[in-house]
Write a protein that binds this ligand. Structure first.
Ligand SMILES: NC(=O)c1ccc[n+]([C@@H]2O[C@H](COP(=O)([O-])OP(=O)(O)OC[C@H]3O[C@@H](n4cnc5c(N)ncnc54)[C@H](OP(=O)(O)O)[C@@H]3O)[C@@H](O)[C@H]2O)c1
Length: 336
């Protein structure tokens, strides 16, 4: 075991609206491997998950997340194996996904960590049976509740949440349309992920394509993007349509203009609900059970985009804001 603990820290507060465009915000540092105190565990981290939330760690989210000051180790979705434990809830060898320092080794009290569900590996426990899969499940079945034959549209459909949201809507009998950037990604959405149709928001007229593909209107919209894509879907929303606002990545770096087509919500009796996944924990057990059984039966396919090595972290984390990923972007930093 190496005696150096590599870390990614906040090097400085971003100069621009977001940190995502600034490689220099990621600071490399080395420290000693810490020793767990009373009630603590030490993990050897094996994977980091590149979440849009990394942006929020540095910029903050008012009333929700305090920004990390310069010099602090980045914290985010990650997973590792317990290598020392003074906590009776965690044994040496346990695989633990959750929120933890982006470092080779991290101390934790266990808060914010879970055990990977039995029978599944760590990436699956972190992603499909963790926050990513649960967001898809909560937004789709807790909020939108698609019925057989409904037209369901998902934005950022080729991202981590989008590939799961589309597949589970199809399992409910919906006709699914994914919106993503680029012809290649759109091709993969239909050929590999199982979407019935795909719209390339970078090159197509989204509103016009939706009108062609869904002449009766969009019954359900699972939105990860906000901005002009949300506006185009609102123009095509069906009477009594349901919209789940999971995220608004188009505005994280570039706060844009307001929506022009919001009034369709009144004209067509539309319900729109945002959600912060951790406040819907009443659906976690059900969601993990359903997602796990769909994985076992082969009805749900995982799409991971794996980068290799500790040094890959800054580019991997920033790449999701330009759509460089297909499926959830992970960085593998060590074997368990
Ligand atoms: N509500 C919650 O509790 C919760 C929890 C986790 C995440 N989220 C949110 O859920 C959303 C999706 O997360 P994820 O983990 O699936 O993301 P992800 O796997 O990191 O994928 C993000 C995708 O967003 C697309 N994108 C980036 N900039 C865009 C823009 N300006 N306009 C349109 N699309 C853009 C890119 O694909 P393209 O190539 O298609 O552009 C990118 O691949 C994010 O908004 C995130 O903040 C919410």
């Amino acid at each position: 075991m190496s005696d150096v603990n590599r870390q990614w820290q906040v090097a400085h507060t971003p100069q621009s609206e977001g940190m995502c465009q600034e490689r220099s915000c990621f600071g490399y540092a080395e420290a000693q491997i810490p020793t767990p105190g009373e009630g603590e565990i030490l993990t050897r981290n094996t994977h980091f998950a590149c979440e849009p939330l990394v942006h929020a760690m540095v910029r903050g989210v008012p009333g929700r997340i305090d920004p990390l000051p310069a010099g602090e180790v980045l914290q985010g979705h990650a997973g590792g194996q317990v290598i020392a434990s003074n906590n009776p809830s965690y044994a040496v060898g346990d695989c633990v996904p959750g929120n933890i320092d982006w470092a080779d080794y991290a101390l934790s009290t266990g808060e914010g960590l879970t055990h990977a569900p039995d029978g599944f590996d760590l990436p699956t426990g972190m992603i499909t049976l963790g926050m990513t899969g649960l967001c898809a499940y909560i937004g789709m079945f807790g909020i939108c509740k698609p019925a057989q034959g409904d037209v369901v549209v998902v934005s950022a459909a080729a991202g981590g949440i989008g590939v799961i949201a589309g597949q589970i809507a199809k399992l409910a009998g919906a006709y699914t349309i994914g919106i993503a950037g680029g012809a290649e990604k759109c091709g993969r959405l239909t050929a590999e992920v199982g979407y019935d149709a795909a719209i390339d928001y970078k090159n197509d007229d989204v509103a016009a394509r939706l009108a062609e593909l869904a002449p009766g209107g969009v019954n359900v919209f699972f939105d990860n993007v906000g901005g002009p894509v949300l506006d185009a879907v609102l123009l095509n929303i069906a009477n009594r349509g349901r919209v789940a606002i999971c995220g608004g990545i188009s505005g994280y770096d570039n706060p844009g203009t307001g929506l022009e087509n919001l009034i369709t919500m009144a004209q067509r009796n539309v319900m729109m609900q945002g959600f912060w996944y951790s406040e819907h924990s009443y659906l976690f057990e059900e969601g993990i059970s359903c997602l796990g059984s769909w994985l076992r039966s082969g009805q749900l396919k995982e799409v991971f985009d794996m980068a290799e090595g500790f040094d890959a972290v800054p580019d991997a984390a920033r790449g999701i804001f330009s759509g460089a990923n297909m499926g959830k972007k992970l960085v593998h930093i060590a074997d368990a």
